[in-house]
Design a binder for this molecule. Structure first.
Ligand SMILES: *[C@@H]1O[C@H](CO)[C@@H](O)[C@H](O)[C@H]1NC(C)=O
Ligand SMILES: *[C@@H]1O[C@H](CO)[C@@H](O)[C@H](O)[C@H]1NC(C)=O
Ligand SMILES: *[C@@H]1O[C@H](CO)[C@@H](O)[C@H](O)[C@H]1NC(C)=O
Length: 207
């Protein structure tokens, strides 16, 4: 086998192995990383949320819960897909940094890195892919952990959208992204508990 095709096979295998495939494992990873307590939500996923980061060169990266990525692989914006039976939506997707400015001193957490609703399955060609039919309340922001910080936990969550979501006034495009609480937001807007999620660790770029 030529080296290039061997590399391709390995990267395809790696891609297949690298993403979440088990709800039990995703739940365990959330519990091990103490995420449910930190977001004040219980986490009993009934579907896999696939978060995919396109890469400038090479294959996109699909998160596996707890994976650590170099910051420069997280420019995004990511796309979201759902594996599991969750109905037709609409859905809300949120992403928060639990560890700002550092995991030891989390005084500005959570930072809202994405919040969008009216996500639906739109395309017959890509039936698992979510598309948002309205602009996000907070567009995706790339992780920017400060120099010297340990890696932060960036958590992505999928919710069934409530009726109240489209008339909520808590968050708009000009609301500060710092000191956010996805747990409080979910409670206020009636989103209930997340039905899926995953997370990544991202540290500052090497000095
Ligand atoms: C939040 O997570 C941190 C670990 O980063 C942990 O030390 C702390 O106990 C957690 N808090 C709760 C309420 O789960
Ligand atoms: C990220 O940086 C590393 C080290 O500088 C480099 O090898 C890699 O190609 C970069 N990746 C992207 C997606 O820019
Ligand atoms: C955004 O919300 C703030 C209150 O949090 C409000 O003062 C402001 O007018 C809102 N902006 C828009 C564009 O709706």
């Amino acid at each position: 086998m030529r080296l290039s095709s061997l590399a391709l096979v390995l990267s395809v295998l790696g891609g297949a192995l690298a993403q979440d495939t088990s709800l039990v494992e995703v739940k365990r990873a959330f519990d091990d990383a103490l995420i449910p307590g930190n977001i004040s939500l219980s986490f009993d996923p009934k579907a896999l949320l696939e978060v995919t980061f396109p890469q400038p060169a090479g294959r996109p990266i699909i998160l596996k819960a707890g994976v650590q990525l170099p910051r420069n692989a997280t420019a995004g914006p990511p796309t979201f897909s759902v594996v599991g039976s969750v109905g037709r939506g609409p859905f809300v997707v949120a992403a928060v940094d639990l560890d700002a400015p550092t995991p030891q001193i989390r005084t500005s957490a959570q930072i809202r890195h994405f919040l969008g609703g009216n996500f639906v399955f739109e395309s017959i060609r890509t039936p698992l892919l979510l598309t948002n039919t309205t602009p996000a309340l907070s567009e995706f922001r790339q992780p920017t952990p400060p120099a010297g910080s340990d890696p932060h936990r960036y958590v992505f969550l999928l919710f069934e959208q409530s009726r109240a979501f489209n008339t909520q006034t808590l968050v708009n495009s000009t609301t500060s992204i710092a000191m956010f609480s996805i747990g409080n937001f979910a409670k206020a807007v009636g989103l209930g508990q997340p039905i899926g999620g995953t997370f990544m660790l991202v540290g500052p770029p090497p000095a």
